[in-house]
Design a protein around this ligand. Structure first.
Ligand SMILES: C[S@@+](CC[C@H](N)C(=O)[O-])C[C@H]1O[C@@H](n2cnc3c(N)ncnc32)[C@H](O)[C@@H]1O
Length: 393
């Protein structure tokens, strides 16, 4: 429905910073992230190029306070810790950065990377997110992972000793996975966890080796009924153990939620640096969508030439921005509060949602709209993509 743009929009003065390190030791068959295998790269040059892009973005955003930094990938734990230290130090000069600001990096649990954990901590990183993916050697092999269960557990133990906060990722909904074996794997994972767990249901992404196998019938995923049971079980077990589901795939003890990811889901501003990185930057009440060139080598030459490799810096039209805030916010268990929605859009839910589309979703218990705000029910979260499609035109 076309919406009249209100006069005032606020994004706050805080901004998150995302740094993309696009390299991995090998490709995983399920992954469609912007990740590449390159045996020899000159890390120091890549580090300098990332610093250049930070300087570029700081021109528009320098008065702002960095809310969180996230090194994602690819595999940023393959980066030399001194590069991460330079990036953090640069961020503190370009923007304002406090000592306790959440600074996360993703790491794979291989021995090569684990041995650098202490140096990463000294570089200023205070949170690590480990791509554990499974606690079973056969499942790890199926997922194309190069680490074993034993090294995975070692990585978690070390992370617990070295970093104030850590999280790890598991992928469930794997072929032949039953509610019984997932229950025991999840209980074991929760025992090893601290404040945060990311639990992703395996999705088959176009262009990946798993996509080709699924099409040819050699990879069979659990059917919809089992998938729903696995999802529900995951939510229930985590909740019982105090790891509350705060987003569709993320669970945390209260206060341990990932501040960086919450920025995306609550429609906050973030700067994207590195190949393929995305950003959202609000200037004078107008939010811009930003995107860097994805191919690592093309990105690198553009940065060398111009100081940045921005391929998109585009105003987001108001209706698209509203849709985006709804799409992202409904992933959260608490949904979107009225105050937050009004603060970010200048309008209330009733001003923007089409009653004809909304009513059946409320009546059939997929969504709740009340004084507090708009949220998906447990039933709605299970089919969130269809609910969102039905809600938005
Ligand atoms: C950016 S990736 C992390 C990269 C990190 N280098 C690694 O391999 O662990 C973030 C997480 O998304 C999850 N993920 C990626 N592709 C997925 C897929 N097709 N289905 C389910 N989870 C996926 C994995 O758990 C992964 O750890």
């Amino acid at each position: 429905m076309p919406i009249k743009k209100p006069l005032e929009l606020t994004s706050g003065d805080e901004i998150a910073l995302y740094i993309h390190w696009p390299f991995c030791l090998s490709r995983c068959p399920y992954c469609d992230f912007n990740a590449h295998v390159r045996p020899d790269i000159e890390q120091a040059d890549w580090g300098k190029a990332l610093l250049s892009e930070m300087e570029y973005w700081a021109k528009n955003t320098s008065k702002r306070k960095i809310k969180s930094i996230f090194f994602g990938g690819g595999t940023p734990s393959l980066m030399k810790p001194s590069i991460a230290a330079d990036i953090i130090s640069k961020a503190s000069k370009l923007w304002s950065l406090e000592n306790e600001t959440e600074i996360t990096f993703e790491a794979n649990p291989t021995s090569v990377e684990i041995k650098n954990f202490r140096e990463f901590r000294s570089a200023g990183l205070n949170r690590v997110s480990i791509g554990l993916q499974a606690l079973d050697d056969n499942a790890l092999k199926f997922l194309g992972r190069t680490h074993s269960r034993k090294v995975g557990i070692l990585a978690i133990e070390l992370a617990d000793k070295i970093f104030p906060r850590f999280s790890f990722d598991l992928i469930y909904g794997r072929p032949h996975q039953t509610t019984t074996n997932w229950t025991s794997e999840l209980h074991e994972a929760i025992q090893m966890s601290a404040g945060h767990l990311s639990l992703y249901q395996l999705t088959i992404e176009k262009g990946t080796p798993f996509y080709a196998e699924a099409r040819s019938g050699t990879l069979m995923l659990p059917n919809e009924e089992i998938s729903s049971m696995l999802f529900q079980l995951t939510q229930d077990i985590c909740e019982q153990k105090g790891l509350l589901p705060y987003e569709i795939s993320n669970h945390a003890r209260p206060g341990q939620e990932c501040i960086h990811n919450l920025t995306y889901w609550t429609g906050g501003d973030y700067i994207g640096v590195g190949p393929g990185a995305h950003g959202r930057i609000t200037i004078d009440n107008q939010t811009y969508e930003t995107e860097q060139i994805p191919g690592p080598e093309t990105w690198f030459s553009s940065v060398r030439e111009k100081g940045h490799a921005t391929r998109k810096f585009k105003k987001i039209n108001f209706n698209a921005r509203i849709d985006e805030i709804l799409l992202m916010g409904l992933r959260l268990t608490n949904g979107i509060s009225r105050d937050h929605f009004i603060q970010h859009t200048g309008l209330d839910f009733e001003d923007v949602l089409d009653p004809k589309r909304l009513r059946p979703l409320l009546v059939e218990d997929y969504l709740v709209l009340d004084k507090k705000g708009l949220r998906a029910t447990k039933k709605g979260l299970l089919r969130l993509n269809s609910v969102l499609a039905a809600m938005l035109s």
